[in-house]
Design a protein around this ligand. Structure first.
Ligand code: 6R9
Length: 646
C-alpha cells in the first residue's frame, strides 16, 4: 500500500451497523451540545451523584480562571465506588490486575471500597488533611489506584510521579508541590526483574523538606534502607484500619490532583485539576468515546497511571462508569512478546486503549504474534498520545482489531483532563490518521499566527475557544505562568501548542507540537508528516524526525528510524531508498538530509519521542535534561551509532 501519508489518505470507515444501533450516543449529541453547550455539560454532570447540586454551571467572570458547577458538592471517591456498591454492584469486578511475573489480584467494587477506606483512615491517622499534597511513586499495582482514591476521599491532593522517573525528577516535584507524605513500594517488576523504587525516594526525600512520612508497599521483597519514624510499611499502617469511612463532600472546585507534564520544556508544570468538572468530563467521554457498557465490557487502558491517560482512563473515568477493567504491571515483551495479546484472550478484553508507539513496536515484532491469540472479544480500539500514522492505524485495525473494530483516535492533553477531539464510534466515519472532530460541547479551531481561522488544509495552530469542564485550573503555585503559557498568545483562546490543519470535510489533523514544525528553506514541514511517510515504507517500524540547523536551508531534516523485524539493513542503499520514498510521498523539499538506523528511540512515559534530545544529537550538542526518559541508556546507544555530522 503506498497511499499512506497524511497528504493522500482518503479511506473512510463508516461505523459498524450493530455498534451504531446500540451505541451509547448517536448523532443527536452534537446537535444538543451545539444548541446549548452548558446545558449539555450539565446533563453530563447529572450522571454523577452530587450531595448538593450546583447553582451555576460555569463561572467565567475572571478568565482564564474557570469555575465549573459552582456551589455543587460531591465526593469523587464516593462516585467511583460507594454509589455502585450501594446500587447492588459490590460483587462486580473493578480490576482484573495482573503482575508482570503472572501473579494476579481480583478487586471487586466492594473490595476496592474497603481498601480505599482503610487507606483513607491511615492517611488521616498520619495527619493528612483536606488540601494537603501526597506524592505517589508506585509501580502499576492496585495500591496506586487505592492511594489516589484514598486521597480523593479525604480531599487530599495527589501528585503521582511515574515510577520510571529519576530521584531528581521526584525531588523537584515533591518540592514544587509541597508534599508531606510519599507513598511508594520497595520496587516493582520491569522486564522480568525487580526494579527498586525506595532508593530513589530516600535520595529525593533527603534533598527536600517537609516530607513527614514515607508509606512503603511491599511488592518485590527487596532489601530497603529504613528511616525509623519516617518510614512505615503499608501492611502495618493500612491493613489494621477499619474498612468504614464516612466520606465528606467537597466543593466542585476542590483540588483533586496535580500532574506534572513531561519534560519537553525546561521546568515541569504542575497541572492542577479539580473535582466536579473533571469527573464530569472524564466519566462522560469514557462512556461516549468508548461506548462503554458496564455490564458487558472488559475495558483495558494499557498505559501507566503515572500518565494523565492513566488518571482519567484507568482510574476516574472507568470507575465512575462502573467499568470492569484490566490493569497490568509490566512491559509488553515480558516474559514474551505476546503478553498483551495473551491478556486480551485471558480476560476477554472488549475495548483496548493504548498509544501509537506501542502499536509501532508490535508492527516491528510482526503480525504473527497477535495472530497466535484469540482476539475475537475485541470490539473497539483506542489510540492516544501522538498522531497515529495511517500505516500504524491500518496495522492496528487489521492485526489487532480483525478488521471489524472501530479505532477512536483521541486528541487531548494533561491540561485538558479528558478527550477533546475524537470520533464517536457509533456516529463518525473514521479517517485513519486524523483525530477528526471536536467532542460535543468542545470548541476547537485551527488558526494562523494572528488568530484567524484557517481551513482547506492550511497548516496552523490548534486553539480551544471555549472553557470546558475538565480544563486545568492553573499551574500549581504559578497563576502567571498559566496565563502566559496558554492564554497570552491569543488573549481569549487556549493555545494548545500543537500544529494542526483542517481538511475540506472538517476533519482536524494533528501535526505534532509546534516546536516540532521544521522550517526548511522557508517551507513549514511537520515532523509528523515525514515520520508518517517513513513508517509507510515497508521496512520501517518507527521513525523520529527532527529539524537540525543547517547553514544553507535554515533547518535540515534528520531522521532516526527503527526497522521492522523482518527488514534487512542494507546500509546506504536502504537510506537512499527511504530518502526517495519521502521525496515522492510528500515532495522533494521534505527529503531528509540524513537518515540513521537505530535500535531504540528516547521516549517519555507516554511514549512520546523526546525530539529535543535527538536535536541535541543531530546538532552535536551536549545532551539536555534526561530525567523524564523511561530509559536514559538509549541516548548512549544512539550516540555510539552516530556517524560524524555532514
Ligand atoms: C493525553 C496525552 C499531550 C500532547 C498533545 C499532542 C499529543 C496526544 C494525540 C496527540 C495527535 C492524538 N497528542 N494525543 N497528538 N493525536 N490523538 O497524551 O497527554 O502527555 O499531556 O500530551 O500529546 O501533541 O499536545 P500529554
Amino acid at each position: 500500500m503506498s497511499e499512506t501519508s497524511q497528504a493522500t489518505e482518503s479511506r473512510s470507515y463508516p461505523p459498524p451497523e450493530d455498534l451504531a444501533a446500540q451505541a451509547n450516543v448517536g448523532p443527536e449529541v452534537y446537535e444538543e451540545a451545539a444548541r446549548d453547550r452548558l446545558a449539555f455539560w450539565e446533563s453530563a454532570a447529572r450522571r454523577l451523584t452530587w450531595e448538593r447540586e450546583w447553582d451555576t454551571a460555569l463561572d467565567w467572570t475572571n478568565p482564564p480562571f474557570a469555575k465549573w458547577f459552582v456551589g455543587g458538592k460531591l465526593n469523587v471517591a464516593y462516585n467511583c465506588l460507594d454509589r455502585h456498591v450501594e446500587a447492588g454492584h459490590g460483587d462486580q469486578v473493578a480490576y482484573h490486575w495482573e503482575g508482570e511475573p503472572g501473579d494476579t489480584r481480583t478487586l471487586t467494587y466492594a473490595d476496592l471500597k474497603d481498601e480505599v477506606c482503610r487507606a483513607a483512615n491511615a492517611l488521616l491517622e498520619l495527619g493528612v488533611q483536606a488540601g494537603d499534597r501526597v506524592a505517589i511513586y508506585l509501580p502499576m499495582i492496585p495500591e496506586a489506584v487505592i492511594s489516589m482514591l484514598a486521597c480523593a476521599r479525604i480531599g487530599a491532593v495527589h501528585m503521582v510521579v511515574f515510577g520510571g522517573f529519576s530521584a531528581d525528577a521526584l525531588a523537584s516535584r515533591i518540592t514544587d508541590a509541597g508534599a508531606q507524605v510519599v507513598i511508594t513500594a520497595d520496587g516493582g517488576y520491569r522486564r522480568g526483574a525487580p526494579s527498586a523504587l525506595k532508593p530513589a525516594v530516600d535520595d529525593a526525600v533527603s534533598r527536600t523538606e517537609g516530607v513527614r512520612h514515607v508509606l512503603v508497599v511491599k511488592r518485590t521483597e527487596q532489601d530497603v534502607e529504613w528511616s525509623e519514624g519516617r518510614d512505615l510499611w503499608w501492611h502495618d499502617v493500612v491493613t489494621k484500619q477499619s474498612a468504614e469511612h464516612t466520606c465528606e463532600f467537597f466543593d466542585a472546585e476542590h483540588p483533586l490532583y496535580i500532574m506534572y507534564t513531561s519534560g519537553t520544556t525546561a521546568k515541569p508544570k504542575g497541572i492542577l485539576h479539580t473535582s466536579g468538572g473533571y469527573l464530569t468530563q472524564v466519566a462522560y467521554t469514557h462512556w461516549a468515546t468508548f461506548d462503554l457498557k458496564p455490564d458487558r465490557d472488559v475495558y483495558w487502558t494499557a498505559a501507566d497511571v503515572g500518565w494523565v491517560t492513566g488518571h482519567s482512563y484507568i482510574v476516574y473515568g472507568p470507575l465512575a462508569n462502573r467499568a470492569t477493567s484490566v490493569m497490568y504491571e509490566g512491559t509488553p515483551e515480558t516474559p514474551h512478546r505476546g503478553r498483551w495479546f495473551e491478556l486480551i484472550q485471558k480476560y476477554g478484553v472488549t475495548i483496548l486503549y493504548t498509544a501509537p508507539t506501542v502499536i509501532r513496536t508490535f508492527m516491528k515484532w510482526g503480525e504473527d504474534i497477535p495472530a497466535g491469540f484469540d482476539l475475537s472479544s475485541l470490539r473497539l480500539l483506542g489510540s492516544v498520545g501522538e498522531p497515529i500514522n495511517p500505516e500504524a492505524w491500518s496495522w492496528y485495525h487489521q492485526h489487532v482489531g480483525g478488521g471489524r473494530c472501530p479505532i477512536v483516535d483521541t486528541w487531548w492533553q494533561t491540561e485538558t483532563g479528558g478527550h477533546m477531539i475524537n470520533p464517536l464510534p457509533g456516529v463518525t466515519s473514521l479517517v485513519p490518521g486524523s483525530a477528526q472532530v471536536p467532542f460535543p460541547g468542545i470548541s476547537a479551531k485551527v488558526v494562523d499566527d494572528e488568530g484567524n481561522e484557517l481551513s482547506d488544509d492550511s497548516t496552523g495552530l490548534l486553539v480551544l475557544t471555549e472553557p470546558w469542564p475538565s480544563m486545568l485550573r492553573t499551574i500549581w503555585g504559578d497563576d502567571d505562568r498559566y496565563v502566559d503559557t496558554y492564554w497570552s498568545r491569543f488573549g481569549n483562546m487556549y493555545f494548545a501548542g500543537d500544529g494542526a490543519k483542517k481538511d475540506a470535510d472538517g476533519n482536524i489533523w494533528l501535526l505534532g507540537r509546534v516546536d516540532d514544525v521544521m522550517n526548511v528553506s522557508g517551507h513549514r514541514i511537520s515532523t509528523t508528516e515525514v515520520e508518517s511517510s517513513l513508517v509507510g515504507h515497508p521496512t520501517v517500524a518507527e521513525a523520529a524526525v527532527v529539524g537540525a540547523s543547517d547553514p544553507t536551508t535554515g533547518q535540515g531534516i534528520v531522521a532516526f528510524v527503527i526497522l521492522r523485524g523482518n527488514a534487512e539493513d542494507s546500509g546506504d542503499e536502504l537510506v537512499q531508498q527511504l530518502k526517495t520514498h519521502v521525496a515522492k510521498d510528500i515532495g522533494p523539499i521534505a527529503k531528509p538530509r540524513q537518515i540513521m538506523v537505530v535500535q531504540e528511540l528516547p521516549k517519555t512515559r507516554s511514549g512520546k519521542i523526546m525530539r529535543r534530545l535527538l536535536r541535541d544529537i543531530a546538532e552535536n550538542r551536549e545532551l539536555g535534561d534526561v530525567t523524564t526518559l523511561t530509559d536514559s541508556s538509549v541516548m548512549n546507544m544512539i550516540k555510539d551509532k552516530l556517524p560524524a555530522a555532514p
